[in-house]
Design a protein around this ligand. Structure first.
Ligand SMILES: [Zn+2]
Ligand SMILES: [Zn+2]
Length: 422
């Protein structure tokens, strides 16, 4: 995991840099595709994902080395041909995993975060899950295991394969000529993120679009059908942690409430959105009917709240980079505690962005918690050996967090709360 943390240490500034370039470009051509609060939410989601993944918090049901040991028909060395075969095998597995995520209720929960933005831009790419708690992915790599692709090759290629899906989340690149027949392009992926009936659940490929063409899920972007982005059951929150478990929570409620025992069992494996008939009638959930006319989630936000949210995001990013930088020194228990601070922090400031009153409690408690830890350890996870006075700066941040939570909850509420507005 330490090598993954190192990769993220370099990848994070790179991705953030590209998001900034897209924002500046949008400004330059007067066609801005970013909305500040949405982008803060997307980037925060990315932070939760990398922190969770770097800690390896997943229950591995079956691992690739295990399959390799039992299935490999041939033993091959890591030659250039093996790297290519492995990349194709990974992409094939990615296609089917993506298809599974779109079509099965239980699996949709781990993917809905990626589609939850109602914008479409590079930051959306960073909306990645923390609710993928079961490690079953190796099963989809059986073709690679049969061919004896070494584990090392898969381990190196997997993050590269994921990172290579970043660039095509943009509205600033049009169709790309012959490449449209080979790889997934921005145009094809706009279709994938759209909820128009012509587009929904199409273009599930990750790097190569040939799988979609082979298995009948390809759809070209049409001039007369402008993509509308989001999910049919809108998330209605900036909080990425809530978005990650919203669908699962609905499934649990439905399974609990339905009188039909067969429905209690099958709801998890039914097509995405399927609900037992009795709960559907008794507890209706509204879904978007007209994709061209729905209100995007946009609770009131003053310029100062926007600036404050950005400040919280930036500090959280720096804290996380420090965590990756000092990964080995902090030790696993320390990392869990550090990760918890980052999670509670993101939960807190995005709840403040949602203008929920209870955000103040989260912000005050985490602020006091941070200050207490600094007081008793006289440090912040060893930051003082990297930057003298580092822990004072972190302490100042926690003080600002306490005051920010109180200020934006009690002193800046001159508007109608979003829950009451509609
Ligand atoms: Zn998808
Ligand atoms: Zn995407």
């Amino acid at each position: 995991m330490e090598s993954y943390a190192t990769a993220l240490l370099y990848a994070t500034p790179f991705f953030i840099g590209l998001v900034l370039i897209e924002i500046l470009y949008g400004r330059f051509v007067k066609d801005q595709k970013h909305n500040l609060m949405d982008t803060v939410s997307s980037l925060s989601s990315g932070l939760t994902n990398v922190v969770k993944d770097s800690l390896g918090l997943v229950l591995i049901l079956i691992s690739y080395p295990f399959l390799l040991e039992h299935l490999a028909l041939i033993e091959v060395k890591a030659t250039w041909l093996v790297w290519i075969v492995a990349f194709i095998a990974l992409d094939f597995a990615g296609y089917w995993n993506h298809r599974l995520s779109h079509h099965i209720n239980f699996f949709w929960n781990q993917h809905v975060i990626h589609h939850s933005s109602e914008e479409f831009n590079l930051a959306c790419a960073l909306r990645q899950p923390i609710s993928n708690l079961l490690g079953y992915y190796a099963l989809l790599l059986i073709p690679a295991a049969l061919l004896g692709v070494p584990h090392k090759v898969i381990a190196v290629l997997a993050p590269i394969h994921l990172f290579a899906q970043f660039w095509y989340h943009t509205q600033h690149i049009g169709k790309m000529g012959f490449l449209e027949y080979v790889i997934v392009t921005p145009s094809q992926h706009r279709v994938h993120h759209a909820i128009n009936k012509e587009y929904i659940d199409k273009n599930l490929g990750q790097i190569f679009c040939v799988w979609d063409r082979m298995f009948g899920t390809f759809q070209e972007e049409l001039d007369e059908v402008p993509p509308q982005y989001g999910v049919l059951k809108p998330a209605n929150t900036w909080n990425p942690i809530i978005i990650n478990f919203q669908h699962l929570w609905r499934l649990i409620q439905d399974a609990w409430r339905t009188k039909n025992y067969w429905d209690k069992l099958r709801i998890w494996f039914m097509p995405t959105g399927w609900r037992p008939a009795d709960v559907k009638e008794k507890y209706p959930i509204s879904i978007i009917k007209n994709v061209y006319n729905f209100r995007k989630y946009q609770p009131e936000a003053s310029s100062s709240l926007k600036a404050y949210s950005l400040f919280q995001l930036i500090i959280t990013t720096f804290l996380m980079l420090f965590m990756f930088y000092n990964y080995a020194e902090i030790g696993f228990d320390g990392l869990l505690l550090f990760g918890a601070f980052i999670f509670v922090g993101i939960y807190g400031y995005t709840t403040l962005m949602d203008r929920k009153i209870y955000a103040v409690w989260i912000e005050v408690i985490r602020g006091v918690g941070g200050l207490t830890l600094i007081y008793f350890t006289n440090d912040w996870f060893g930051i003082n050996s990297n930057f003298s006075m580092g822990s004072y700066v972190v302490a100042l941040y926690f003080l600002i967090t306490i005051f920010g939570g109180i200020y934006f909850t009690y002193f800046e509420r001159s508007f109608v709360a979003p829950d009451l507005a509609s």
